[in-house]
Design a protein around this ligand. Structure first.
Ligand code: GDP
Length: 295
């Protein structure tokens, strides 16, 4: 995860290490290398520039030039700014309400259904909740079957109705069912398309209005680079979601989405997917992610 970014940042800091004397010029050089590393990781130019301007300002303000260990101070400044860029503190999900309704949005293939299963598993095993999973994809019967398989794996009931082609109706019926069966969380997996289209957006907006979820989460494949950020923006404009789930962080992702999303949509990353298994879900801690990036 983020291997290339980590390597390039490490190289950037070597600029300072290799110099007999630290000057404003070699700080500028380091900062330029940091910017290049971010751009290579698919961070947008605007975000990368803002970031490196801040790092440079802090480096000069904290007098890296005269520091005993200029290299370490520079790493620390970059670390703190990376954590800030990714949102600072950890952002929890809201599961108050009985039942708490969580709506899962995103493009097809982003990992929505897998995440729905993982979230149900997490809430059941770690939070002592009794979730109901809801198959809201009325276009792909295979997606409904997939959710049933996952539900069975994690021992969570799945609500579906293959005859019903109205996702708003399915969601409402599911909430009624959850209440009658004592489920205190309802996780609604929704249909996704390969690209954003108006019908899909209107449909999920209608579902949101009908069930008034405590949490609307946007799931995005971290491997899709700057597209991930553009998709996030389109979904946020329509849905005003509460948080982001970054999937496939176990793959060879360059990291741009993790670093840019907060700045672009001003919504926190709440979870990351780190594999196909139901246990491969982590809560997102910006500080820990910054630790990982800087090795
Ligand atoms: P959906 O169309 O958005 O519901 O996407 P799926 O949940 O069906 O996921 C698409 C593919 O990505 C499946 O093959 C999943 O096993 C895989 N997948 C989902 N999340 C992760 C993850 O965090 N890591 C990896 N490696 N694969 C994932």
């Amino acid at each position: 995860m983020f291997d290339s970014l980590s390597d390039k940042l490490e190289r950037a800091f070597k600029v300072l290490k290799g110099q007999g004397q630290v000057t404003e010029i070699n700080i500028a050089e380091t900062v330029k290398e940091i910017r290049r590393a971010l751009l290579d990781a698919d961070v947008s130019y605007k975000v990368a520039k803002q970031f490196t301007d801040t790092v440079k300002e802090k480096a000069l303000g904290q007098n890296v030039i005269n520091a005993v260990s200029p290299n370490q101070l520079m790493v620390k400044i970059t670390h703190d700014e990376l954590a800030k860029l990714m949102g600072g503190g950890m952002a929890d999900i809201n599961i108050s309400g009985n039942p708490a309704v969580i709506l899962i949005s995103g493009l097809q293939g982003s990992g929505k259904t897998t995440f729905s299963g993982k979230l149900a598993n997490y809430l059941k095993t770690k939070k002592g909740k009794s979730p109901l999973l809801v198959a809201g994809d009325v276009y792909r019967p295979a997606a409904i079957d997939q959710l049933h398989v996952l539900g069975e794996q994690v021992g969570v009931e799945v609500w579906s109705d293959k005859e019903n082609k109205n996702p708003v109706d399915i969601a409402k019926q599911a909430v009624i069912h959850a209440k009658s069966k004592g489920h205190n969380v309802v996780i609604i997996d929704t249909a996704g398309r390969l690209a954003i289209d108006e019908q899909m957006m209107n449909e999920i907006e209608q579902v949101k209005k009908a069930v008034n979820p405590q949490e609307t989460l946007f799931v995005v494949d971290s491997m899709t680079g700057q597209d991930a950020v553009n998709t996030a923006k389109a979904f946020n404009d329509k849905l005003d979601f509460d948080g982001v789930v970054l999937t496939k962080l176990d793959g060879d992702t360059r990291g741009g989405a993790a670093l840019s999303i907060r700045t672009v949509v001003d919504k926190p990353i709440k979870f990351v997917g780190t594999g196909e298994k139901m246990e491969a879900l982590d809560i997102f801690y910006p500080e820990r992610m910054a630790d990982r990036i800087l090795g």
